[in-house]
Design a protein around this ligand. Structure first.
Ligand SMILES: NC(=O)c1ccc[n+]([C@@H]2O[C@H](COP(=O)([O-])OP(=O)(O)OC[C@H]3O[C@@H](n4cnc5c(N)ncnc54)[C@H](OP(=O)(O)O)[C@@H]3O)[C@@H](O)[C@H]2O)c1
Length: 302
């Protein structure tokens, strides 16, 4: 598995990372351990979680796994803070995450989304303190628009604060917004990009049909909010186009959708979500790449 630089942080991350959003939600602890074991075995070193995932249970499961496997030294560990990003909450949330993860520090501490209510300087100063205190090696942001990241970088520069070394946006065949502004900004400023939901949270695997029944127990059944995001006519059109191409070349839709993201320029890592160890294998198979013709056909889906 290729290891890549994350911004200018000095951290290295695997080209495919494993996300912990399903831990303690769709899958129990034993299955999560099996997924993490398989990921590490296959060279995935980036593990991403958040305090928000299953109200801290994802972090707690990862913490128990790290302790049991004595794996802390082998992984790059990332988590996130959400809610109102006051200085007090950023500090408290980080301490709570460290406790659940059973570590003294993480590698990447990220804000989960932009908070328009709390002055950005307050949040960024608190994050800077965490870096100085050795609670995290680097800081990042998630779900920021390009202008929000540019504004944060500007404030960090002017005030001599630790800068965001990474950003975590959604990126898949059905959601390509980052190509317009965010990816060029990150390339220009050498900010690492860790993208999430390469399969559109499962949408691009072809299991949902427009107007059809939801398969029980799948992500869109467990987290119905995903339906409002992906169940649009335009996104179903992309997904059905992918289905046709996959049938034509005789490859699984998930494989093509993943390979399309993994081969994109400028990304540090692509976070996959897994319900089983086999999903991890499929994510790794996607690093084999696509022929130029196949990539062009997928690029043309809209
Ligand atoms: N920063 C953020 O706001 C944010 C938001 C979302 C995710 N993330 C991060 O990114 C990680 C990955 O996101 P994601 O889970 O949405 O990624 P994803 O890879 O797009 O979706 C994963 C889901 O797709 C389905 N799936 C995976 N492989 C499959 C296969 N081969 N065949 C059929 N179905 C398959 C499974 O769900 P079903 O079996 O239930 O269909 C699986 O849970 C998360 O764990 C989290 O760390 C971050």
């Amino acid at each position: 598995m290729e290891q890549r630089e994350l911004g200018r942080s000095g951290l290295r991350v695997s080209a495919v990372g494993i996300g912990g959003a399903t831990f303690g939600r769709e899958i129990d602890e034993a299955t999560a351990f099996a997924v993490l074991d398989r990921a590490l075995e296959r060279g995935i070193t980036l593990i991403d979680t958040a305090e928000a995932y299953s109200a801290g249970e994802s972090e707690a499961i990862i913490g128990r796994w790290l302790a049991e496997r004595r794996a802390r030294g082998q992984v790059t560990l990332a988590t996130k803070v959400s809610g109102a990003l006051t200085a007090e909450w950023v500090r408290a949330s980080c301490e709570a995450s460290l406790r659940r993860l059973r570590v003294d520090s993480v590698d990447l501490f990220q804000v989960h989304r932009f908070d328009p209510e709390v002055p950005l300087l307050e949040t960024l100063s608190a994050l800077d303190e965490l870096v100085r205190a050795g609670k995290t090696r680097a800081i990042g942001c998630s779900n920021y628009a390009a202008w929000q990241l540019a504004r944060a970088l500007w404030i960090q520069d002017v005030h001599g604060l630790a800068r965001f070394e990474a950003t975590q946006p959604v990126y898949n065949l059905a959601d390509r917004r980052i190509e317009q502004e965010l990816r060029p900004l990150c390339a220009d400023q050498a900010i690492g990009m860790i993208t999430y939901s390469p399969l559109g949270a499962g949408f691009l695997t072809g299991k949902y049909r427009q107007g059809g029944e939801l398969p029980r127990g799948t992500r869109f059944d467990v987290v119905p909010a995903h339906q409002a995001i992906y169940f649009t006519t335009a996104r179903f059109r992309v997904m059905e186009g992918l289905r046709a191409i996959a049938a034509d070349v005789g490859r699984p839709m998930a494989h093509l959708a993943l390979a399309w993201v993994v081969g994109q320029p400028g990304l540090s890592s692509v976070l996959i979500g897994a319900r089983t160890p086999a999903h991890v294998d499929q994510g790794i198979a996607a690093t084999e790449g696509l022929s130029p013709d196949l990539r062009a056909a997928l690029d043309g889906l809209e």
